[in-house]
Design a protein around this ligand. Structure first.
Ligand SMILES: *[C@@H]1O[C@H](CO)[C@@H](O)[C@H](O)[C@H]1NC(C)=O
Ligand SMILES: *[C@@H]1O[C@H](CO)[C@@H](O)[C@H](O)[C@H]1NC(C)=O
Length: 337
């Protein structure tokens, strides 16, 4: 297929996304020995050389004036710029189980999106890097969860309504300096862990009942804050869903992570990313997954209007190790259970 990046109508794909949530589940945290700073350093050097010639995108905005803390020595020399048509896998409900002595991972894709806190203090990211994979670290940036290591830091006054369907998880005031401090700390953790990018979830509170009067402008400012902070550590940043604010932040973020644009018939909204040569990591949750995804479901996910050159995969809503791709291939990433 010719690799033409046609710009499809973002205007007619304008059916508003329903309130979307990442349906991941959490499980036990893993306590692992401290990771491999030296390896990360070596990788950072190698990767820096590899992409040093590419020109930086999206870094022209104002830099945050106050760094949360000194930048660790593992900071790479350039932001990773993920490519359109990258292959990927996303697993958020468990920690990946990779053998330190003989690291292997399935499927053999370019990029893994994994829960940040589930892999803190583990060797997983170093192992993925050894295997030539890039790593996107997921955390919730716009919601409070009661079971994260830093949950105690949130102030009651910054918490809004519960997220529909997620007892105990609540929308956050995106303008609160306290919330931003906590997110700056999370980004610093991502950097120390050696993540190549962050996948900050729940930046679309404005399209949900939140009791905080969140607006799309609040989300634009918040995403800019996240990018400013991440850029100090040379971390790439994805925009999760939040189709309405694409025109405002496209130049700053490095990729999109989208859930269910085929199901909601609004994949065209995300085409500006492809046009800008930034990948759209696209997840659909077919009703027939995982036993055997019907050809109808697969076709709905993979041939929906606007999905050309999206990095599409099919998952179950708990985002476990199972995945199916548009070519029919399936895989089960090994996770701790
Ligand atoms: C990782 O280690 C740090 C430092 O010991 C600790 O504060 C943090 O809670 C640990 N994280 C997890 C998820 O165990
Ligand atoms: C959110 O935080 C900002 C900045 O601290 C504050 O001005 C605003 O009143 C807060 N909003 C709500 C609904 O508490």
């Amino acid at each position: 297929m010719a690799a033409s990046f046609e710009y499809e109508d973002s205007s007619t794909g304008g059916q508003k996304a329903l309130p979307q949530r990442n349906p991941r589940r959490r499980s036990r945290l893993l306590l692992w020995a401290v990771g491999c700073t030296l390896l990360i350093l070596a990788l950072a050097l190698g990767l820096g050389l590899g992409i040093g010639l590419k020109h930086r995108q999206g870094g022209t905005g104002s830099a945050a004036s106050s760094s949360p803390s000194p930048i660790p020595s593992s900071t790479p020399s350039a932001v990773w710029l993920p490519q359109v048509d990258s292959s990927w896998q996303i697993v958020l409900d468990q920690a990946l189980n990779i053998d330190d002595d003989n690291p292997t991972v399935e499927p053999d894709v370019d990029v893994f999106d994994i829960d940040m806190f589930l892999h803190q203090n583990s060797t997983t990211i170093a192992n993925l890097h050894k295997l030539g994979k890039r790593v996107i670290c997921y955390f919730s940036a716009g919601s409070y969860e009661n079971d994260r290591p830093d949950s105690y830091r949130f102030q009651q006054s910054d918490l809004g309504d519960e997220l529909s369907g997620w007892p105990g998880e609540r929308w956050l005031n995106l303008s609160s300096p306290s919330v931003r401090d906590i997110m700056a700390s999370r980004i610093e953790i991502a950097s120390q862990m050696g993540c190549d990018a962050i996948d900050p979830d729940n930046v679309d509170g404005y399209q949900n009942d939140n009791r905080l009067d969140l607006t799309s402008d609040d989300s634009v400012e918040f995403v800019n804050f996240l990018v400013d902070t991440a850029s100090q550590y040379k971390l790439a940043v994805g925009l999760k869903n939040a189709g309405d604010i694409i025109p405002d932040v496209l130049s700053r973020v490095h990729f999109a992570v989208n859930e269910q644009c085929a199901q909601f018939d609004n994949c065209g909204t995300f085409r500006p990313f492809i046009k800008a040569k930034k990948p759209v990591f696209h997840i659909e949750y077919p009703p027939s997954a995982p036993s055997s995804v019907s050809t109808t479901d697969s076709s709905d996910a993979c041939t929906a209007t606007g999905v050309s050159h999206f990095s599409t995969l099919m998952k179950t809503k708990n985002l476990d190790g199972w995945v199916q791709y548009c070519n029919g291939a399936t895989a089960n990433t090994n996770v701790f259970s």
